[in-house]
Write a protein of this length. Structure first.
Length: 152
C-alpha cells in the first residue's frame, strides 16, 4: 500500500483489528520511507446483482436506495443508526448469498421486508404498505393482523 504522505510503496503493518462486527479489518501501518503512521480499512467487496424493475428495466444495485427506504420506514421509531446500518448489512449479505447476477426488485423487497419484520413490526407494515401500494384500509388491516400473529 502506498503511503498517503510521501507516496512511497513500502509500508509495514504494525497492528490489525477486526471492526464492524467482523466485516472489516483496520490496519495500522507505518511508512518505511518517511516513518509516518496511518490506518487503512479492508472491507469485503460484495458483488451485487443488477436489479430488474417491474417494467423490465435493469439498474445497478443501489445500497443507498435500500438504506433510504428502510430509514423512511423506521422514521420516529426507537431504532439507532447502528441498528439501521446492521439491518442494511443483513440485506446486503442475504442478497450476496444468492450469488445471482440479476434479481427482481420484488425479491429484493421481500428481503428488506424480512429484515424489517425482525427489527420492527411498525416499520415492516409501513414498508409493505408503500411497496404493495395498498388501496384499501382492509389490505392494511390484514397485514397488521398477520404481523401481530407472527409476533405472538
Amino acid at each position: 500500500m502506498h503511503c498517503p504522505f510521501c507516496h512511497h510503496e513500502d509500508t509495514r503493518v504494525i497492528d490489525s483489528r477486526v471492526v464492524e462486527d467482523g466485516h472489516a479489518v483496520r490496519r495500522r501501518r507505518k511508512c518505511e520511507n518517511c516513518k509516518k503512521r496511518f490506518s487503512s480499512l479492508e472491507r469485503i467487496q460484495l458483488r451485487l446483482p443488477l436489479v430488474i424493475k417491474r417494467g423490465g428495466l435493469r439498474q445497478p444495485f443501489d445500497v443507498e436506495k435500500i438504506r433510504l427506504g428502510m430509514q423512511k420506514a423506521l422514521e420516529k421509531r426507537a431504532i439507532t443508526a447502528q441498528q439501521l446500518d446492521q439491518a442494511v448489512e443483513k440485506v446486503l449479505y442475504e442478497i450476496e448469498e444468492t450469488a445471482e447476477q440479476e434479481m427482481l426488485s420484488s425479491q429484493l423487497a421481500l428481503c428488506v421486508m424480512g429484515v424489517l419484520q425482525a427489527l420492527d413490526g411498525v416499520a415492516y407494515v409501513r414498508f409493505v404498505s408503500v411497496y404493495q401500494k395498498f388501496e384499501s384500509v382492509e389490505e392494511f388491516i390484514t397485514v397488521v393482523r398477520q404481523t401481530m400473529q407472527i409476533k405472538d
